[in-house]
Design a protein around this ligand. Structure first.
Ligand code: SAM
Length: 281
């Protein structure tokens, strides 16, 4: 396990992932009933943008950094995301998914964060502080998914955001969703994936399609022309059981995000239900 999210925190992939996460959390908060959030690959929670790792890659400058000078009015979902991360930015930090989740939990809501790396896990505990609503476990996130679903609340989200360090991660994502849906069919699943080799993306989409979820939405953002499979050309999310209105909320943001975050050329985006999607060769 060599992956450290500190090198990538606040990059364009975090922007899309966290924007979607904030929207799904807002939707869950609309009903009074408590919800459960499971973050299977949680990371360290808080990232110092002046730290060595962040400065070494500078990825956050080309991600969240580029969004800060956008003229108002912003599409509502983008404004919501920026409102959620701004309190941390004032102190030159960027919040990981656990802190975003924690900031949106209400009194009766619960979250479980699985982070397997001991140092990242310890940092996460520190970042979250004392909070009865949250649990941090140093365990395999896929195992946590099997062990804790369905939640007693019977409503909630599962974010699966693995580091893609080892071969076979798309298959593991697909398997995790199969196991999740079997236990908790109405859960909202947020699966993150990198866009490098399109064949890998197709594999994940096929795996999700084969599970025949009631509804699944694909949202993608590409910042480089897809000429090589060796770099992170783009990022995508499969959102299973997307909340009402998510597609429209993302449709209002993605063209602007693509234009703003593109590194070469015009940038690209896709937003389609998985069932009707025509896969790129
Ligand atoms: C992409 S980062 C997570 C970023 C975080 N979700 C966020 O959005 O801020 C992936 C994390 O998964 C951890 N990890 C790797 N394998 C894991 C596993 N099997 N179970 C739980 N965590 C794992 C890594 O140590 C790393 O911190």
């Amino acid at each position: 396990m060599n992956y450290r999210h500190a090198y990538h925190a606040g990059n364009f992939a975090d922007v899309l992932k966290h924007l979607v996460l904030v929207q799904v959390l807002q939707h869950l908060r609309r009903k009074d009933k408590p919800f459960y959030a499971l973050d299977t690959h949680a990371g360290r929670g808080l990232y110092d943008l002046r730290g060595e790792a962040a400065e070494k890659t500078g990825e956050y400058r080309e991600g969240i950094g580029r969004l800060l000078s956008l003229p108002e009015p912003l599409p509502p979902a983008l404004a919501d995301y920026l409102a959620a991360v701004r309190p941390y930015l004032t102190d030159s930090h960027y919040p990981g998914s656990p802190l975003l989740v924690q900031s949106m939990l209400r009194e009766g809501d619960r979250a479980l964060f699985a982070e397997l790396h001991p140092e990242e896990n310890a940092a996460l505990l520190d970042a979250l502080g004392r909070d009865r609503r949250v649990k941090v476990e140093c365990r395999d996130g896929y195992e946590a998914l099997r062990a804790t679903l369905p939640p007693k609340e019977r409503r909630g989200l599962v974010l699966v955001d693995p580091p893609f360090e080892e071969k076979g991660e798309m298959e593991r994502l697909g398997k995790a969703l199969r196991e999740g849906l079997r236990r908790f069919a109405t859960g909202q699943y947020l699966l993150w994936y990198p866009i490098k080799a399109r064949a890998d993306v197709r594999l994940l989409h096929d795996l999700v399609r084969s599970l025949e979820p009631k509804e699944a939405l694909v949202a993608e953002l590409t910042i480089w022309p897809e000429r090589t499979e060796l770099r992170l050309n783009g990022t995508g999310m499969v959102i299973v059981n997307p909340p009402y209105g998510l597609k429209e909320a993302l449709a209002a943001c993605l063209p602007l995000l693509a234009r703003t975050l593109a590194r070469e050329g015009p940038g690209g985006w896709r937003l389609e239900p998985l069932s009707t999607q025509t896969e790129k060769a």
